[in-house]
Design a protein around this ligand. Structure first.
Ligand SMILES: [Zn+2]
Length: 140
């Protein structure tokens, strides 16, 4: 947008300390790292640092197929909510802490795991997406 002549800050709206580029906004920003860490540590996963490498890695981040499906959904949710938070700060001048975004992602994905697990009814294994999710994120 700056190249088009729009007068906007070049700084990342999540931290206001580094230039806003894709690699920083989604992976290197302290705010984004806090969100990623909540999920990567829970799943015991270590994604590569570069965005393009993550796109390859996300195809099969684990040997557990349930984890692979769940983490792809985590990836989508984290990217979407980081972008939404960025836009909220730029356009609405409102912000939320990383902890609030982490909770929203957990709530959204817990509901999604419930839906996906119902589709697993006829699978012989009793290890559903939801049961795996509840092992990773025990709650209540
Ligand atoms: Zn930043």
């Amino acid at each position: 947008m700056r190249r088009w002549g729009v007068s906007i800050s070049p700084l990342c709206p999540l931290c206001n300390s580094e230039n806003e580029i894709r690699q920083h906004l989604f992976f290197e920003c302290g705010f984004s790292k806090e969100v990623w860490e909540a999920f990567c540590s829970a799943f015991h996963l270590s994604p590569p640092p570069l965005f393009m490498d993550v796109l390859d890695w996300i195809k099969a981040p684990s040997h557990d197929n349930n984890v692979n499906v769940m983490f792809k959904l985590v990836f989508q949710a984290v990217i979407y909510l980081l972008w939404k938070e960025r836009n909220s700060r730029v356009h609405n001048l409102s912000s939320r802490p990383a902890a609030s975004i982490i909770l929203e992602i957990k709530r959204i994905l817990s509901a999604k795991m419930d839906i996906l697990s119902r589709a697993q009814r006829n699978v012989a294994s009793s290890i559903t997406y939801l049961s795996t999710w509840r092992v990773v994120f025990p709650s209540r």
